[in-house]
Design a protein around this ligand. Structure first.
Ligand code: FAD
Ligand code: MLT
Ligand code: ZN
Length: 563
């Protein structure tokens, strides 16, 4: 009887089988990649940088309090905050100058009037992050067209001690891309040219302002793909990706940007142009300084050019959407998938039923592809070059998982539209969370066997106060822990933080797997890095940016960099 049921399921999955040669690129829908939340939660900083009011009119206590992290970490300050960040109560560094009309005239001289933005509406957008959680009050955005202009801007800002925020597509999720106060915004969006592509090596050289999706479209015509892909691809820039060391959906296959970025050009605070734009796979001549700029979130320099290793576009892509009863099964499927699909596995993503319900409730036109409602769902993508073999492999894998009772239901997409609709569920969670109201976002690296324990723990801890969701890049040990509530409130925040950070630290995880620290977690770095390591980071910051003008209040604890 059991075997008959399995065969029926397999037959059903055969109805959904592969989507062939043309399906390789653009499997993931674009329409959700640029959308902006309309949920309307905006933090307002007063002149001291306190978060004092949300757009929906609630007021928040910004009282200072402390916590002790024990012997090694010492006493750290934590500020009570609105939303999911410790960004409240930052004092504007009084050493920074304030913008005056002479500054604006100088920038107009070097950039031309139209690339010096003072228009209120455009500034409102540039001052506000994607989540509408962080909002600065910059009066100026500069749009350089080339490295030389970036260099001139920084040289001037450094001499005047004017603080700046490098900005890319402004899709960051930790408040790193927007000013905290009146920092000048430097957006490299006009620097968007592909400079070279080598069809033999697959090395792409481009300017930092290229939108990720445009690069993917360009490469498609050449028969290649980018080594990274993420839900924000329609807006995010490659320079922003490099500066955040973005992970995304393909990391399991192609590794992190520390491996695929072969070189870059960056401009340091004093306007020095560092040419590290190599295109070699191997180059062991001294310290590999480009790595300092990968993931430093605009705190050490502005990335102006990137050289990146792309991958040949292969002819066979398959995508399965499966349902599982429990987390242990998800974990076992991951282990089996690595063993059995190893050379073709290109994505392994998961979401829990709370995430699925949220997407179904808040996004139009989405439906659960499997007929049964389960506790967990997994997307398994394979990418290879042997149509028949790859498909058979995936089907055999799914059948085996069914037989073992690890999978309770599943389908394989039969065309691009179906594949896109599967990806829409996974990639749409971020947008659905925004629509649902207040969201406290955590982005954790944890041992895979621990990943879902923190979700369960938090559910127990928060009870009816909030909806706790777990999803993410399971194949990379990266959980996106999100807590959704009708409104931001201090009681809830007090139950979440520092609990989540302490839990993560106790399990030797990272409090930022891929989104970075930004302003949200600048003061929390000690949960994942030792004081000695952070002290060296602060020295590097001091060396490259002695006046601290580059993205102040971000990445490193304020106490270490605000003088
Ligand atoms: P911004 O948001 O503009 O900036 C991010 C940081 O980089 C800031 O600190 C900024 O100062 C700095 N910066 C930007 N450009 C430069 C530059 N040229 N030089 C120096 N510093 C610079 N992230 C992931 O890792 N994986 C995901 O799967 C993922 N999915 C997402 C899905 C959605 C729907 C959204 C909204 C976001 C997602 N993100 C994800 C987060 C975000 O898209 C990434 O961090 C992305 O890399 C940011 O790129 P950006 O161009 O928008 O940078
Ligand atoms: C994702 O994987 O969906 C992104 O990192 C965005 C998020 O965490 O919501
Ligand atoms: Zn992610």
């Amino acid at each position: 009887m059991m075997m008959m049921m399995m065969m029926q399921r397999l037959r059903r999955s055969e109805e959904f089988i592969r989507f062939g040669f043309t399906s390789l690129i653009n499997l993931r829908p674009n329409k959700n990649s640029v959308s902006r939340s309309l949920s309307g939660f905006v933090n307002h900083y007063d002149t001291k940088g306190k978060l004092f009011e949300s757009k929906n009119g609630n007021h928040y206590n910004t009282e200072l309090h402390h916590r002790c992290l024990g012997k090694n970490l010492g006493m750290l300050q934590q500020y009570k905050c609105f939303g999911s960040s410790s960004a409240s109560q930052i004092e504007r560094n009084p050493l920074f100058s304030s913008l005056d009309s002479k500054d604006v005239s100088y920038f107009k001289e070097i950039l031309g009037d139209k690339n010096v933005v003072e228009d209120e509406e455009r500034l409102e957008t540039a001052n506000t992050d994607w989540m509408q959680k962080y909002k600065g009050s910059s009066k100026l955005m500069l749009l350089p067209k080339n490295t030389e202009e970036v260099s001139q801007i920084l040289q001037y800002c450094d001499s005047r001690r004017l603080a700046v925020v490098p900005q890319g597509g402004n899709t960051g999720l930790v408040g790193g891309s927007v000013p905290v106060f009146d920092e000048v915004i430097i957006n490299v969006g006009l620097m968007n040219k592909v400079l070279a592509f080598d069809e033999v090596s697959g090395v792409l050289v481009c300017e930092a302002g290229c939108i990720l999706e445009n690069l993917a479209t360009f490469l498609d015509t050449k028969g290649f793909i980018m080594p990274l892909d993420l839900g924000a691809k329609g807006s995010c820039h490659i320079g922003g990706n490099v500066s955040t060391n973005a992970g995304g959906l393909r990391l399991i296959r192609y590794g992190s940007l520390h491996g695929t970025v072969l070189g870059l050009e960056a401009v340091t605070a004093n306007g020095n142009v560092l040419d590290m734009l190599g295109t070699l796979r191997k180059d062991n001549t001294g310290y590999d300084l480009k790595h300092l700029f990968i993931g430093s979130e605009g705190s050490l320099g502005i990335v102006t050019k990137v050289s990146i290793l792309t991958q040949p576009k292969l002819s066979s892509v398959n995508l399965a959407f499966i349902a599982c009863k429990d987390y242990l099964s998800c974990q076992k499927i991951l282990v089996e998938a690595k063993r059995n699909l190893g050379e073709i596995l290109s994505a392994f993503e998961f979401l829990d039923s709370n995430s699925m319900d949220l997407v179904l409730n808040h996004l139009d036109g989405v439906r659960n592809p499997v007929s049964s409602t389960e506790n967990f769902y997994i997307l398994i993508e394979t990418t290879g070059s042997d149509e028949t073999n790859d498909r058979e492999k995936l089907e055999a894998f799914l059948l085996k998982s069914l037989e073992k009772g690890l999978v309770s239901d599943g389908v394989i997409a039969q065309d691009i539209n179906q594949a896109s609709s599967f990806w829409r569920i996974r990639e749409g969670i971020t947008e659905a969370l925004q629509k649902a109201g207040a969201v406290y976002k955590y982005d954790l690296s944890l041992p895979v066997e621990e990943i879902y324990n923190i979700v369960n723990d938090l559910r127990g801890r928060l009870g009816d106060l909030a909806n706790v969701m777990g999803y993410g890049h399971l194949g990379d040990g990266n959980l996106h822990l999100n807590i959704s509530a009708a409104n931001y409130n201090d009681k809830l925040l007090g139950l979440i933080e520092p609990y989540v950070y302490e839990w993560t630290s106790k399990h030797r995880g990272s409090i930022s797997a891929e989104h970075g620290l930004g302003v949200m977690k600048a003061n929390e770095i000690f949960y994942s890095k030792s004081p000695e390591t952070v002290a060296i980071m602060a020295s590097i910051k001091k060396l490259l940016d002695p006046k601290g003008i580059l993205n102040p209040y971000k990445v490193l604890p304020h106490s270490l960099i605000s003088h």
